[in-house]
Design a protein around this ligand. Structure first.
Ligand code: NAI
Ligand code: MG
Length: 491
């Protein structure tokens, strides 16, 4: 069934931008060819939007925010729109999962997981829209002071290619719940689900201009959106370098930003840990989505007495991992594009040439098209904290193991990168769980668990180079709004 669907999707289709409730090509008529990472073959096009298209989309969002019925719509009605969109995503779940998998190369079960997560975001924020309140503040005699949570206005959302459906959902869900309007710019490598969900939002009854979608290259459409004076707030997930460019552009208008810039997330395995329970979680945390996950668990720190045992068990699992076409639903799919494949391969060959121990390698399915962008998983052992694969976000199926001597050493190693997004701690010692969780610099810390990706309800975001601001959960509603304080004098 799903294979049939991905064949339907695979037929030529020209996807269109959505501006002010209407679909259309880029003003220039230019397009970008959409390639499937599983075989490198073209199967669709998207508009190559530029600053003129962005300008029209921002004007539509501005108009809807400033003059449309939107600003008078009660919060519960905005919530209903989100809930309806979530239901429509469920109704079209098989189609969306197939589309996302075909567009990104991810195994179909991950496409399905992304659909389920997207639905949950729209449900969560649909329910949250009318449940966020201001305060009343004790002030001088003769006064009453209160706060309102107001939308920023027009939000520009720049989305990466690794989890487009989920990341669009967390941005749109929180922004719409708080009454903003949006212009979304998905990644040129994975725009299809964003366009399709933009269409479903119109079907759900989103008023025109409230949710606009512009596709195009980052340096054109993305740069124009982040620098546009009609945009009140910018939210971005992607690389630190692009995050810096976007913050600089937003700074020319002194606009606020939320930045989610990836990680080099550690999992700390103490000698008393339940290893059998940990092993599948440790593997999944780096293999899910081919390691192209901001919260991927790419470093495992192992207490020295159990280092050899854990390294051998992980080696066994790594040697049996297979990468292959999305519709084969193997352990992992292809990398998003040839550049990403080469980037990962370069990290692997540089590490191997530097003499870092290769404990195990997975394989590429023998039937996988040679034109696909596959990388076999690699497990490196006894890695030094200063190595590139220990410090830099590889964004591929590459896992590094480190040995540590005691709790202090584990914390030092965990905090030894510029990133601080997620961490995992594996130990049965309750006091240690609390101590280590507090001392690890990460926006999310899992104890005896690890969730690369999930957790709609859980505030998420980074310390240090991993960014600032928080998404997901109720916290995102604060980022997507600003406090207005009103002071009444009545003496
Ligand atoms: P990127 O950060 O350049 O792209 C992400 C988004 O930003 C895309 O929508 C792109 O069109 C847009 N963009 C690019 N340049 C822009 C600019 N100057 N102004 C405004 N928007 C712009 O990521 P890229 O180059 O595709 O991947 C390179 C590396 O970035 C990956 O290997 C990975 O390490 C990291 N990355 C991290 C992600 C995460 O979830 N933390 C997601 C994607 C990439
Ligand atoms: Mg790029």
């Amino acid at each position: 069934m799903l294979q049939e669907l991905s064949r339907i999707v695979a037929q030529d289709k020209n996807f269109l931008n959505i501006i002010n409730g209407r679909q259309g090509a880029a003003l220039s008529q230019e397009t970008i060819t959409v390639l499937c990472p599983s075989d490198g073959m073209a199967f669709a096009t998207i508009p190559a939007g530029n600053k003129d298209d962005v300008d029209r989309a921002v004007q539509a969002a501005r108009e809807a925010f400033d003059h449309g019925p939107w600003s008078r719509m009660p919060a519960f009605e905005r919530g209903r729109l989100l809930t309806r969109l979530g239901q429509l995503i469920g109704k079209h779940g098989e189609e969306l999962a197939a589309l996302e998998s075909r567009d990104t190369g991810k195994p179909i079960r991950q496409g399905k997981a992304d659909v389920a997560a997207a639905m949950r975001y729209y449900e969560f924020y649909g329910g949250a829209a009318d449940k966020i309140h201001g305060d009343t503040i004790p002030f001088h005699d003769g006064y009453t002071a209160l706060t309102l949570r107001e939308p920023h206005g027009v939000v520009g959302g720049i989305i990466p290619w690794n989890y487009p459906m989920q990341i669009m959902a967390r941005v749109v869900g929180a922004a719409i719940a708080m009454g903003n309007t949006l212009v979304i710019k998905p990644a040129e490598d994975a725009s299809l689900s964003t366009i399709r969900i933009g269409e479903l939002a119109l079907e759900a009854g989103f008023p025109e201009g409230v949710l606009n979608v512009i596709t195009g290259y980052g340096r054109e459409a993305g740069a124009a959106l982040s620098a546009h004076p009609g945009v009140d707030y910018v939210t971005f997930t992607g690389s630190p370098a692009t995050g810096t460019a976007i913050q600089q552009a937003a700074a020319t208008n002194n606009r606020g930003v939320t930045m989610e810039l990836g990680g080099k997330s550690p999992q700390i395995v103490f000698a008393d840990a339940d290893i059998e329970k940990a092993l599948p979680v440790l593997v999944n945390a780096i293999i899910q989505n081919g390691g192209q996950t901001c919260s991927a668990g790419s470093r495992i720190l192992i207490e020295r007495p159990i280092y050899n045992e854990v390294a051998a068990a992980l080696g066994d699992r790594f040697s049996s991992l297979v990468a292959g076409p999305h519709d084969e639903d193997l352990d992992l799919g292809a990398m998003i594009n040839p550049a990403q494949k080469h980037r990962v391969e370069n990290y692997v060959s540089a590490a191997a040439e530097a003499g870092i121990d290769v404990i195990a390698r997975g394989s590429i399915d023998i039937n996988a098209p040679v034109s696909g962008y596959y990388v076999a998983p690699v497990l490196f052992g006894s890695v030094e904290a200063s190595a590139a694969i220990a410090q830099e976000e590889v964004f591929g199926p590459v896992l590094s193991l480190f040995a540590f001597d005691d709790e202090e050493d584990a914390i030092r190693l965990a905090n030894s990168t510029e990133y601080g997004l997620v961490a995992g701690i594996w130990t049965k010692d309750g006091a240690r769980q609390h101590r280590v969780a507090k001392r690890v610099r990460a926006g999310q810390v899992f104890v005896n668990a690890y969730g690369a990706g999930g957790g709609i309800e859980l505030p998420f975001g980074g310390f240090k180079k991993s960014g600032h601001g928080r998404e997901k959960g109720f916290e995102a509603l604060y980022d997507m709004s600003a406090t207005k304080t009103i002071i009444f004098r009545h003496d």
